[in-house]
Design a binder for this molecule. Structure first.
Ligand SMILES: C[S@@+](CC[C@H](N)C(=O)[O-])C[C@H]1O[C@@H](n2cnc3c(N)ncnc32)[C@H](O)[C@@H]1O
Length: 435
């Protein structure tokens, strides 16, 4: 239980106030918690670390903690998290408890999760439990949901425009930041702790970006070549765009499209740090924007990192399981199919289209790709493992890239590599015959 980043006296009262302000979930939990920290600037780093861990810990385990407390209040949920998940004993908790809480504690501790329905054991809503069970089966879904309830490690991506991974590893370790190379991504580094990096000199100098290893691998599926014309269709704040630019060694042309001005604005400082000069951010109104049409059939590589339920990222965004529902997922699938179809028009003969999500649901993944391939015979599926292996990345999840925190230590990701048929070379004899 001892956590070096936590204060000796836990700021439980403040954490409960923070939890109370987040729990209505009327906005993403990280946005609400950041707002709480902005409004409480007196809190030190260790207090913040504890409060964040508690708030996100409760959200990750909300359904089971709710059931473990007879009458759950934010305060009881916090105590239940400390007792059941954080592993504090009654003796350690005693100084923090008041009134009847000490008497409630044995019951909260004794609550037997194994006797609960799978949805409670997995800490997901019923509709999601049903889908996970149908997709993965009980044993795999149990393992997967357990991994999704743990907090994610802090991964960074070396910006190879500025430095080499080994050099960055040496810099980090020399600064006392314990860091190791990630198992799959050739540019990834995993940090043992979660130090604040935004004022760290190598970060400000553009030597790295924070990025989950799974996200990094998507760039290696796109695998742009130097001099290529590349489109990142759903670029957001540019996490993957910046990697693509680095893989192109800042040559060729890279367009970053997105419908969100706010997200594209966040790309700007990152672009500045990155040292890339081949990138053109482009705000679009929708996937049917006229500005896109002039690029039709001209692009070597297109990435569609589609808007999705985000259910593969529950380690970081546990509130998504409460904010998504069957209706929102159904709406997303319509959007995903439409974006993929529009993006496909940009791909030139022999070019590559990568469709990716951070969802675990087949309706946002395999089903979208199957329907696309059925309607677009120009494209065929290329084996993702082969694409990675040709870049010395030894990771075989079959035709599709399917990553999950239980098996790969990354967020949950899905990706399909779709290749367009090459241009048909005209038989000169045919021309003569026609003449
Ligand atoms: C999964 S996020 C992309 C994350 C980003 N690629 C990264 O690596 O940080 C999906 C993005 O799709 C954008 N989006 C939604 N609808 C879109 C559309 N019709 N055309 C292009 N982008 C769209 C959203 O604004 C969001 O930024």
């Amino acid at each position: 239980m001892a956590h070096t980043n936590f204060p000796t006296v836990l700021p439980l009262e403040t954490a409960v106030i923070a939890l109370r302000s987040v729990l209505p979930l009327d906005a993403p939990a990280d946005v609400l918690l950041s707002r709480f920290f902005r409004e409480n600037p007196e809190l030190g780093a260790k207090d913040r670390a504890f409060i964040a861990e508690l708030v996100f810990g409760v959200l990750r385990n909300l359904r089971s903690l709710d059931n473990a407390c007879e009458k759950p209040t934010p305060r009881l949920l916090a105590i239940a998290w400390l007792a059941r998940i954080h592993g504090m004993s009654a003796r350690q908790l005693e100084p923090y408890l008041r009134g009847p809480e000490m008497d409630m504690l044995p019951k909260i501790k004794a609550f037997n999760l194994a006797e609960q329905p799978l949805a409670v054991q997995w800490d997901v809503p019923d509709w999601l439990a049903e889908r996970l069970l149908a997709t993965f089966g009980e044993a795999t879904a149990t393992k997967l949901t357990a991994a999704l309830r743990r907090s994610a490690p802090l991964d960074i991506r070396t910006n190879t425009i500025r430095t080499k991974r080994d050099d960055l590893l040496a810099t980090l370790n020399a600064a006392g930041i314990t860091a190791t190379a990630t198992p799959y991504s050739p540019v990834g580094i995993r940090l043992a702790d979660k130090p604040a990096l935004n004022k760290y000199k190598p970060f400000l100098a553009g030597e790295f970006e924070v990025q989950d290893e799974g996200s990094q691998l998507l760039g290696y599926l796109v695998a742009p070549k130097r001099g290529d014309m590349v489109v990142d269709f759903c670029a957001g704040a540019g996490g993957k765009t910046l990697l693509l630019g680095a893989l192109m060694n800042s040559t060729g042309r890279l367009y970053a499209f997105d419908v969100s001005e706010k997200r594209l604005t966040k790309l700007k400082p990152r672009l500045k740090r990155s040292g890339l000069s081949n990138l053109t951010p482009q705000l679009i109104t929708s996937e049917h924007d006229n500005r896109i049409k002039r690029l039709a059939g001209k692009i070597d590589r297109v990435l569609v990192d589609a808007p999705c339920s985000g259910l593969g990222t529950l380690r970081r965004n546990p509130d998504l399981k409460l904010r998504q529902n069957p209706q929102s997922v159904a709406e997303l699938t319509v959007k995903q199919a439409s974006i993929l179809a529009a993006a496909a028009n940009l791909v030139k003969p022999g070019g590559r289209l990568v469709y990716a999500t951070c969802s675990l649901l087949p309706e946002e993944n395999e089903d979208i790709v199957s329907a696309f391939l059925a309607n677009n015979p120009r494209f065929h599926l290329k084996n993702a493992a082969e694409v990675l292996s040709s870049q010395q990345i030894d990771l075989d999840t079959g035709d599709y890239l399917r990553l999950n925190p239980a098996d790969h230590g990354t967020d949950g990701f899905f990706a399909a590599v779709l290749e367009a048929a090459p241009a048909i070379k005209k038989d000169p004899a045919e021309n003569e015959n026609a003449a």
